[in-house]
Design a protein around this ligand. Structure first.
Ligand SMILES: C[S@@+](CC[C@H](N)C(=O)[O-])C[C@H]1O[C@@H](n2cnc3c(N)ncnc32)[C@H](O)[C@@H]1O
Length: 296
C-alpha cells in the first residue's frame, strides 16, 4: 500500500506538474463536461432558488471546476448560488488550481489539501461530490468511496469518472511492436492494475459496488472519445511518469538494462514521424461516467 501511495505521490507532486499535466487535461476536460452534464447539477440549480455545496476531490488542474462554471453560466446560474471546494493531495496541483481560480476571477471557489482516502471533511456537507479520474489510481478505493459517501448529504450525488482505455498507450505499443518486439505490449487494463486496486475499468463491477453501498439512481455509462492531446513533445512530457511505472513493473531486469534509455526517444520519434513535430497527437480513449445518489 505504501508503495502505491508513493507512486501517485511521485507522479503528481512534481513542481512542474502544470506543464506535465497540460496534455492529459486536454483529454480529461471533455470527460469532465460529460460528468457534469450527467450529474444533473444544472437542472437542480435552475429548478429552484437553491444554494448548492459542491466538492471536487482530486481536482488536479481544474477541469471539473471549468466544466461546472461553463455549464452553470450557460443556464444563467450566478456564482452566488453555489460554492465549490476543490481538494487534492498534491500541493503543486493545488497551486495550479489556485492559479486557475485567479485567472478566471471565480469568487465561489476555495482550494484545500485533502487525501481522498481519509478526507477529513465534514459529514453530510455536500450536495454534489465530483471525483474525476482518481478512483482507478488509489491503493484503497473502497475506503475512498466510503469517505465520499460519508460527506455527501442524504439525496446528494456522487459523480465519478474512470478509464477503460487510455489512448496514449497505442503509440507506446506501436513503438514496441515496430522497434522493440521483445518488450511486452501493455493493455489499459494491465496499466490500471499498476496504478490502483478494484476493477474501475469494468462497468458491471462498478455498478455492483455502488449497489453494495446502497446508492440509488446508479448510472454507469461507457463513453468513447477521440482526444487531441497536443504536440508529440507535450504528450511525451505527460507520459514520462506512467512510462516509468511500466518500465519498473512490467519489464524484466534484462529489458530495463537494454532499453530504458533507448525506448523513450524512440517513442517520441515515432510520434513525430506519425503526427509531425508540430502536429497534434490524436488517440482513442474510453471512460466510464458514473453518477449515483445517496438515499434520503
Ligand atoms: C489523473 S489526475 C485527475 C485530475 C483531474 N480530476 C482531472 O480529471 O483532470 C489525478 C489527481 O488525483 C490526485 N490524487 C492522487 N491521489 C490522491 C489522494 N490520495 N487524495 C487526493 N488526491 C489524490 C492527484 O494529485 C491528481 O491531481
Amino acid at each position: 500500500m505504501a508503495s502505491q501511495e508513493s507512486r501517485a505521490h511521485d507522479i503528481f507532486n512534481n513542481p512542474n506538474i502544470k506543464t506535465i499535466y497540460r496534455a492529459a487535461s486536454r483529454t480529461t476536460g471533455p470527460y469532465a463536461k460529460v460528468l457534469v452534464q450527467q450529474s444533473g447539477i444544472s437542472k437542480a440549480l435552475s429548478s429552484g432558488n437553491l444554494q448548492l455545496s459542491v466538492l471536487d476531490q482530486a481536482c488536479g488542474t481544474g477541469v471539473v471546476a471549468e466544466a461546472l462554471h461553463a455549464e452553470l453560466a450557460a443556464v444563467g446560474t450566478p456564482e452566488t448560488n453555489w460554492h465549490l471546494k476543490c481538494t487534492d493531495s498534491s500541493q503543486p496541483m493545488l497551486d495550479a488550481m489556485a492559479d486557475l481560480v485567479k485567472e478566471k476571477g471565480w469568487q465561489n471557489v476555495e482550494t484545500a489539501k485533502s487525501d481522498i482516502l481519509n478526507n477529513g471533511l465534514e459529514s453530510e456537507a455536500y450536495d454534489y461530490a465530483f471525483q474525476s479520474f482518481v478512483f482507478m489510481a488509489l491503493p484503497d478505493s473502497n475506503a475512498a468511496l466510503d469517505e465520499t459517501i460519508r460527506i455527501v448529504k442524504p439525496g446528494g450525488t456522487v459523480a465519478i469518472n474512470t478509464w477503460i482505455k487510455v489512448g496514449w498507450m497505442d503509440d507506446v505499443n506501436l513503438t514496441t511492436a515496430t522497434q522493440f518486439p521483445d518488450l511486452p505490449q501493455v493493455t489499459s487494463n494491465q496499466f490500471g492494475r499498476l496504478m490502483g486496486d478494484g476493477e474501475w475499468d469494468n462497468p458491471s463491477w462498478i455498478e455492483n459496488k455502488l449497489r453494495d453501498k446502497n446508492l440509488n439512481n446508479i448510472q454507469v455509462n461507457p463513453v468513447s472519445m477521440t482526444s487531441a492531446m497536443g504536440t508529440p513533445e507535450e504528450v511525451a512530457e505527460s507520459s514520462v511518469f506512467p512510462m516509468k511505472l511500466i518500465m519498473d513493473k512490467l519489464w524484466n531486469d534484462e529489458q530495463r538494462e537494454k532499453y530504458s534509455t533507448r525506448f523513450f526517444p524512440a517513442y517520441v520519434d515515432q510520434m513525430i514521424n506519425k503526427y509531425g513535430k508540430d502536429g497534434i497527437v490524436s488517440s482513442d480513449w474510453e471512460a466510464i461516467v458514473v453518477t449515483a445518489q445517496k438515499p434520503l
